[in-house]
Design a protein around this ligand. Sequence first.
Ligand SMILES: Nc1nc2c(c(=O)[nH]1)N[C@H]1C(S)=C(S)[C@@H](COP(=O)(O)O)O[C@H]1N2
Ligand SMILES: [Mo]
Length: 436
Amino acid sequence: MTGKRDSLLTVLERADRVAANGLIDRRVFLRCGITAAGAAAGLVATGWAGAADSIGENALPWQKVQGAPFRPYGQPSPFAGPLQRTLTQPYGELAPGAGNSMTPLHALQGTITPSGLHFERHHNGVPAIDPSRHTLTIHGLVNRALTFDMSALFRYPMVSRICFIECAGNSFFNTAADPQQKPCGMIHGMVSCSEWTGVPLAILLEEAGVQPSAQWILAEGADSAAMSRSIPLDKAMSDVIVALYQNGEPVRPEQGYPVRLVIPGYEGNMNVKWLHRVKLTEVPTQTKDETSKYTDSLPDGKAEQFTFVMGVKSVITHPTVGVTMQGKGFYEVSGLAWSGAGKVKRVEVSADGGKSWGDAHLEQPVLDKSLTRFRMAWQWDGGPAQLQSRATDDRGRVQGTRKDWTAKYVAGQRYHYNAIQTWAISEAGKISNVYL
Ligand SMILES: Nc1nc2c(c(=O)[nH]1)N[C@H]1C(S)=C(S)[C@@H](COP(=O)(O)O)O[C@H]1N2
Ligand SMILES: [Mo]
C-alpha cells in the first residue's frame, strides 16, 4: 500500500500495468486515496500564489457587480462553446433539410445527450407541425381503426426509459478509402442518448385490437418525405414507445415533435418522427426507405435487408483528432460503448494498436440499449501510440476490426459500420485517424 508521502512517479510506477504502452489500473488512484489523486492533478495544476481572501481589493471582477437575473430557459455558458452539431447537407440549396447533423461527442461527457445537441437525420427537413391539427391513426388489420389527437395521447399511461438512437449511416466517413481527419463526433456523432417518455405502442395497438393475421406494422411520418418503415409486430408489442417527451421536455422539433417512435436498439431510421400513421399488415410494406436504402450490399451480389438490431460498438471520445497532447504523463482515456442487442458487458482499451488490451472501467449504471461511459488510466511516455477500444455485449458479440468489416461488404457499403476506431498519437503529440 502506498504511503502518504509518495510522489506521483512512485504511485504511477507501482500501478499495475493492465496492457502495454502505459495503460495502468485506475484503481491505483482509488487505493491511494487523496494523495495519489492529488498527485495526478499535480501534473496540470499550477501552484497557488493568490491572496488569502476575496474581499475588497482582492475581489474578482465578477464579484464587484451584481450577477445576471433569471431567464425563462437556460443556455450554456458563452465560454463553454462552441457546443455545436456539425451539419452535412449533400444536396445543398436544392434540399437544405436533407442530410444530417452530428452530436459533438468529443465535447461532451457522461452518457445523456443534451436535447439541443441530439444528432439529426431528416430526409426532407423538419415539418412545422401544429399539434392541435396533428393526429395518429392506427388502421389496417385491426378490429377497429382509431385516430388519436394529441390531447387523447396525453391521457394514456406513460413510461420513461433511457436509450440510444443511432443512424444506420453513422461512422460512414470511415468507409472512405482514406481516413478523414475529424474529431470523434464529426465521424461517429450520429448516435445520441436521451431519456424518452411516452405511451407504450402496445397499449394503443391493443385498444385497436390486433387481428391474428397481422405480423408487421408500417409506421409513417407527417414530414414532406413521408418517411415510412416496416417494423415486426413482436417488437412493436414489446418495448416501443410513442414518445412525447425527450429528457423531460416535449420532444424537440428536430426529434419529431409532437410525437415520434422510439424503438430501442433498432436502427435509427425505424424511429419514425412526426408519427402520423401506423398500419397493421401481414408482410413488410417494402417502402422506399427499406429497399433503396438501409440495405447492406454483400460481395456475392446479394443484399441483406432488415438489419434492425444495431451492432456492438465503442469509440474513444477523449483524446481524439483536434486535441493536442499536453506533454507526456497521465491522461484519462474515455469513450462511449453501446449495443442494440442489450447491455455493454466489457470494453477493452489498447494503446499499441490492438496488440495488448486492458479492461476499461464501466461507469454505472450500465443500461440496456443505452450509451455506456468507459474510462482507462494512461501514462503516456511521449512515444508513438495507437489508441483503440473494443466493446463486448451481453450477447457475447465482440466489436470487430475495420479489416473484418470491409471484408464482409462490397466497396461503397456505408451502413451499419461498427468497426474498431484507431486514434494514432505521434511523438509530437498530434492525433490522427488511421486505419488498421
Ligand atoms: N418522418 C421521419 N422520420 C425519421 C426520419 C425522417 O427523415 N423522417 N429520419 C430517420 C432517420 S434515418 C434517423 S437516423 C432517425 C434520426 O432521429 P433524430 O433526428 O431524432 O436523431 O430518425 C428517423 N426518423
Ligand atoms: Mo438514419
